[in-house]
Design a protein around this ligand. Structure first.
Ligand SMILES: [Zn+2]
Length: 172
C-alpha cells in the first residue's frame, strides 16, 4: 500500500516536473492565468516570466457566483518587476509574496521560480531511482534488501531482521 502510494506520488510529481518545464519555457513568450471563480473566493494559478504563482483573491460578497467558473487567459509575459507596479511584491532570489489590497478585492499570492518547483517535483522520482538501484545492487551481492545484512551464509532468511528475500525457497 505504502509502496503503491509512493509510486503514484512519483508518477504525479514527474508529470508536474514536465508540466513546469513546459510552462517555464512558455512563460518567456506567453503568460497563462487560470482563474477558478467561486463566491467569494477566486483561486488564481499563473505564470510570470520564469516563475509560477498561485494566489487567492477574496471578493466582497457583492459578486455572486452560482457555480465555480474557470477562466483561462493568456497574454504577453509579465515579470515580477512589472507586477510590482500593480501590487506589493516582496521578493528575494525569485521567491515572492504578492499582495494587492483593493477596495472590493484583496489578493494574496506567492510566486516561485520554475527551477525550484522542478527541483521539488523531481525528488520523489530521484528517490525511487536511488531505491531501485540500491535494491538491485543488494540483490546482486546477496545483501538483505531491508537491513543490508550479508545473506551469503543464510540466503533464505535474514538473521538480522527476519526478512525473507524474494525468490527464496522458504515460505511463511
Ligand atoms: Zn535484514
Amino acid at each position: 500500500m505504502k509502496h503503491r502510494l509512493f509510486n503514484t506520488l512519483s508518477v504525479l510529481s514527474s508529470v508536474l516536473f514536465v508540466a513546469t518545464a513546459i510552462l517555464w519555457v512558455r512563460s518567456y513568450w506567453q503568460s497563462d492565468f487560470i482563474q477558478v471563480l467561486t463566491a467569494p473566493t477566486c483561486f488564481i494559478f499563473g505564470t510570470i516570466r520564469g516563475e509560477v504563482g498561485v494566489a487567492v483573491a477574496l471578493h466582497e460578497p457583492v459578486d455572486k457566483v452560482s457555480s465555480p467558473k474557470f477562466l483561462w487567459e493568456t497574454g504577453r509575459p509579465y515579470s515580477l518587476r512589472e507586477l510590482a507596479d500593480e501590487m506589493t511584491v516582496t521578493q528575494a532570489g525569485g521567491f515572492a509574496i504578492l499582495h494587492q489590497p483593493l477596495l472590493l478585492t484583496s489578493l494574496w499570492g506567492i510566486a516561485l521560480p520554475c527551477w525550484f518547483v522542478m527541483g521539488i517535483t523531481a525528488l520523489p522520482a530521484i528517490s525511487l531511482v536511488c531505491k531501485r538501484s540500491r535494491n538491485a545492487f543488494r540483490k546482486r551481492r546477496n545483501i538483505c534488501l531491508k537491513c543490508g545484512y550479508d545473506l551469503r551464509a543464510t540466503p533464505n532468511r535474514c538473521p538480522e531482521c527476519g526478512a525473507i528475500p524474494t525468490g527464496s525457497k522458504v515460505t511463511t
